[in-house]
Design a protein around this ligand. Structure first.
Ligand code: AKB
Length: 305
């Protein structure tokens, strides 16, 4: 079951898991229903442990992908609500894993766990971590709790630190890396794009197909091969708004951009430019398929059709 199936990752993960395991095996849930909800959708408030418990028991669910969260930029508008949602929904799922109601859980962390004192280029798996956003603080605390449960209660919680995820079917909401999705939609609409980050702001990024593949791969790996019981660094590429703009311009000659950095620039400035993900590569064979130009081509072609 996916918790948070209405989000950028969740909506694509549902289709992906259905294609792998069949419709009848996959449940999706979210606090809101939307038009694209398939069969096996369950309206669920992940803050309500009794409801999650009941749903999981009734449907004999053993594996949960818990994706519900408030992201970095949006989280700053309401820090206490963000902390409450991001932490308490995680505790609800961790407790069900501790009680052995769930046998395996995927929970995404983020590059937002890094901060201004972390090494920026690249950020190592183990380094100073001083996140400045509530989202980043909640993800770092979440990582520590995942490891705590794994070590003390023999749970099987698996996690990666996602960089910015770029998709074209689903839209992100409230992140600092969202520009890298929005820009494609402006290009297709022949609009001048107003970018909220400076042209030379490098951030680690990942194409959605690779994100889905990473989740599947880490969940399928033999547990004894996973040397990290908190969350794995993960990355595929690193680029700036200017480089992404130039990549899109190869297909959209008249596309134009202006740079209007806002409060999100401050967040981006505390995050690493690139990520050392050698643990993921060595432990469970992580390898991306998309680089910047391959991704741009794929997105433009798909949005066109
Ligand atoms: C965000 O920008 O908040 C997210 C993330 C990097 O976790 N995309």
């Amino acid at each position: 079951m996916i918790i948070g199936s209405g989000g950028q990752l969740g909506s694509e993960l549902e289709d992906y898991l259905v294609s792998l395991y069949g419709r009848e095996k996959i449940y999706s849930s979210d606090i809101k229903k939307n038009n694209s909800n398939g069969e096996n959708f369950i309206l669920l408030d992940a803050l309500n442990k009794d409801d999650i418990y009941k749903t999981i028991k009734e449907n004999n669910i053993k594996i949960v992908y818990h994706l519900a969260a408030i992201l970095s930029a949006k989280g700053e508008a309401n820090p206490i609500q963000t902390w409450n949602l991001n932490m308490n929904t995680l505790f609800n799922v961790l407790e069900l894993a501790k009680e052995k109601v769930l046998s395996k859980v995927f929970w995404p962390s983020s590059i937002a766990v890094f901060g201004p004192s972390s090494p920026r280029n690249p950020a190592k798996q183990f380094s100073i971590m001083d996140p400045t956003t509530v989202y980043g603080i909640s993800k770092l605390a979440g990582e520590r709790w995942c490891e705590y449960y794994n070590k003390n209660y023999s749970t099987d919680i698996r996690s990666v630190r996602f960089p910015g995820i770029i998709s074209y079917k689903s839209l992100p909401g409230g992140g600092t890396t969202d520009y890298a999705v929005d820009i494609f939609h402006s290009a297709m609409k022949k609009e001048k794009y107003s970018c909220f980050l400076k042209e030379d702001t490098y951030l680690p990024m990942l194409y959605i197909d690779d994100a889905l593949m990473a989740m599947h791969k880490i969940m399928e790996e033999k547990k004894s091969n996973l040397s990290i019981s908190s969350s794995y660094n993960l990355s595929a590429m690193s680029f700036s708004p200017k480089e992404l703009f130039e990549s899109i311009k190869k297909y959209k000659k008249n596309f134009d951009i202006k740079y209007n950095p806002d409060y999100r620039q401050k967040i981006a400035d505390t995050w690493p430019e690139s990520i050392d993900d050698s643990y993921a590569r060595n432990d469970w064979g992580w390898k991306e398929s998309f680089n910047l130009d391959k991704m741009t081509k794929e997105i433009i072609l798909n949005l066109k059709s």
